[in-house]
Design a protein around this ligand. Structure first.
Ligand SMILES: [Zn+2]
Length: 90
């Protein structure tokens, strides 16, 4: 038997409107979604506001404290890519 808690009782976000809570089996957490108006009547997208999100979304990457070597390397790599993009667009 899988025990799943009740979804958070946050029904709406002041900025985004009604929230749809869907259970993520992989994360074992409720994830908030909002309607995606440009994607058709049934399209949804993850709710972007943190204040109404009971659990961090998969898009949130927390900085370890202190930063791990992997994190520092990843941030450097991303930084180089952004610099390169900026150079190419100039
Ligand atoms: Zn919102």
């Amino acid at each position: 038997v899988i025990q799943i808690d009740e979804p958070p009782d946050t029904a709406a976000c002041a900025t985004c409107g009604p929230l749809v809570w869907l259970w993520s089996r992989r994360r074992e957490a409720w994830v908030a979604f909002i309607a995606a108006p440009d994607g058709g009547p049934h399209a949804i997208r993850p709710h972007p506001c943190r204040h109404a999100q009971d659990y961090p979304t998969w898009r949130e990457v927390r900085e370890p404290d202190p930063p791990s070597a992997e994190y520092v390397e990843a941030r450097k790599a991303i930084g180089h890519k952004i610099e390169k993009l900026n150079e190419e667009s100039e």
